[in-house]
Design a protein around this ligand. Structure first.
Ligand code: MFK
Length: 540
């Protein structure tokens, strides 16, 4: 008897299959720069949809291993990551994924870096985590301008030589606070001419890094974030021995299972002050803003992977007499997900473009405020969208989406971390208020984004204008009411996020008027209308 055999989804070159990335490049790059960027992205797209994707599937069941003792009783705490991560590290160095914006910080350096990262991420099982922290550390050390530390660490963090390349950790979370970091209990003592740290770090992602930035309270300092100081440390000495650190265990997590997240005990770990012996939280915020941007890129990257697989499957799978893609309801479901994705994608790259322009020192003061505001807005929006879009993506495969060896459930489990780490949705909503509570900053941002709606005869833009106006007016009316501001912070964030995502699609349409969505059976104008039809723009 001939039994039915279903063809599974497959991937091609992920750059060529991307509905928007080629058009985004057209918007910002031209001439030789465009040709060079295209060639790089083509190469990354080929690897990500080919060799690396195959390795990801083959490596699916492997996880990092912590070996605490050697056979003769010495404490070694060695962590071995899996083959996929080893390959991902080699590709990071080959493509200069961290190096690029530091070697040549032009206004487009971040766009190219993050376009590459966006293609790379869905096939590397959150190797983007150590990379995010590495980039964050490079940025933080560069901002801090501590010459000795810069000279020591930056060449490693941005190295294109695999033997020299380092990743960085970001040890912030303690039992007292993943969000309220000001409650950090780790103590810094100045002993024998150097700082030593004592405490327990409860959730240190990617504990294989060669350096880390961390927070501790110099003895005698006051409470809160101001009393903390930002420290640099190298977990191992020149002989490879851990320096007053015990790895207590690896965390048993819902997703991100290739990431060796550890609980660490510090007992006298030597450390160096990055800046002053106070204001640690303020001093580490450049790192947070960079890792939040990587988080946003990871969110759109995972959504894209899920959608690419779902479209491919819809072309192969038949049910009730037709291919799924020819079924009006299934197709509409995919298009609605695609509309969510388009809003997330284009606003994320607006943020990335601003970041690059800030590093190239071409942002006005008002645009700097917009960058500060968009970082949490985009992170919180894309984190939530990744979870809901990927949940629907799994449903597009029916029961197969729930079966592990398809590789599909991994997408949803990994996405679930994105709204949690690097600031939960509520913590980031409150972060918005830090910016918007200052009337002059709120006015500066309002002026820029309202200007994005200038062609208001188009109904979508008229609605975006009304929504933004309403949000900024609401903020002004409640400026003296901190309780109302806090209670509604998430609504403010959502109102801004949805209006700005809609406008980001529009900005792409205006910049590259002939933008066609390539492999998709629709165009950006239709997706913009769908985006608007799905959810309200304003929540206040
Ligand atoms: C896949 C890609 C991503 C992978 C990443 C993997 C890494 C995973 C490892 C981790 O999860 S690391 C832990 C991540 N933890 C967080 O993100 C902490 C979340 N909590 C917050 O963000 C809280 O809002 C915060 C700790 C910052 C609150 O601390 P405080 O001390 O109560 O804040 P305060 O006093 O309001 O702010 C101190 C200063 O910093 C202020 O400046 P001033 O002193 O001049 O007024 C703030 O304006 C400033 N500030 C706070 N957040 C800022 C900022 N400045 C710039 N940008 C920000 N985001």
């Amino acid at each position: 008897m001939q039994l039915f055999q279903q063809a599974g989804p497959s991937l091609g070159n992920q750059y060529q299959q991307d509905p928007y990335l080629p058009y985004l490049l057209q918007r910002w790059f031209s001439g030789a720069e465009q040709a060079e960027a295209t060639a790089l992205l083509e190469r990354m797209g080929e690897i990500s949809g080919g060799e690396l994707y195959q390795l990801q599937l083959a490596d699916r069941l492997n996880e990092p291993v912590l070996t605490q003792w050697d056979p003769w009783g010495e404490r070694i705490d060695q962590i071995e990551v899996t083959r996929l991560w080893q390959r991902a590290e080699a590709l990071t160095v080959e493509f200069g994924l961290i190096a690029r914006p530091y070697e040549n910080p032009g206004p487009l350096a971040r766009v190219l870096q993050f376009a590459l990262v966006y293609l790379f991420t869905p096939s590397n099982d959150i190797y983007s985590c150590p990379l995010a922290m590495t980039d964050g550390a490079a940025r933080t050390l560069s901002n801090a301008g501590n010459a000795a530390l810069l000279e020591r660490a930056l060449p490693h963090l941005t190295s294109r030589d695999p033997a020299q390349f380092w990743t960085s950790g970001q040890w912030m979370t303690e039992l007292t606070g993943g969000s309220d970091v000001g409650k950090t209990e780790t103590i810094a003592r100045f002993e024998d001419g150097q700082w030593r740290l004592y405490g327990r770090k409860w959730f240190t992602s990617a504990a294989t890094s060669q350096m880390t930035l961390t927070l501790a309270r110099p003895e005698g300092n006051g409470p809160g974030g101001k009393g903390l100081a930002l420290f640099y440390l190298e977990p191992r000495d020149a002989e490879g021995r851990l320096q007053g650190i015990e790895t207590l265990r690896l965390k048993d997590k819902l997703g991100t299972r290739k990431v060796p997240t550890a609980e660490l005990l510090l007992h006298g770990t030597p450390a160096t002050l990055v800046l002053d012996a106070h204001d640690g939280i303020k001093n580490i915020t450049p790192m947070l803003n960079i890792t939040r941007t990587w988080n946003s890129i990871s969110a759109i990257a995972l959504m894209r992977r899920g959608l690419n697989l779902a479209w491919d499957y819809a072309r192969k799978r038949e049910a009730f007499g037709a291919r799924l893609i020819d079924k009006p309801l299934h197709r509409q479901t995919l298009l609605e997900l695609e509309a969510e994705f388009a809003g997330a994608f284009f606003l994320t790259f607006e943020l990335v473009h601003l970041l690059g322009r800030w590093e190239a020192q071409t942002l006005s003061e008002a645009e700097q405020v917009l960058l500060r505001l968009l970082t949490p807005v985009v992170k919180l929006m894309t984190g939530k969208q990744a979870v809901s879009v990927l949940s629907e993506v799994l449903e597009c495969f029916g029961g197969a989406g729930y079966v592990e060896d398809t590789g599909l459930p991994l997408l949803l489990r990994d996405a679930q971390v994105l709204p949690i780490w690097e600031g939960t949705t509520n913590v980031l909503s409150l972060d918005l208020l830090r910016v918007l509570a200052r009337p002059e900053q709120a006015r500066a941002v309002a002026e820029i984004v309202l200007n994005w709606t200038r062609e208001r005869e188009q109904p979508e833009l008229a609605q975006a204008y009304t929504s933004l106006r309403q949000t900024f007016d609401w903020l002004q009316q409640h400026a003296g009411d901190p309780e109302a501001l806090e209670r509604n912070a998430r609504r403010v964030a959502m109102s801004l996020g949805r209006s700005l995502q809609l406008l980001a699609i529009q900005r792409q349409r205006e910049a590259v008027p002939d933008t066609r969505p390539g492999p998709l059976p629709t165009d950006l104008a239709a997706l913009q209308a769908l985006y608007l039809a799905q959810r309200p723009l304003v929540y206040l």
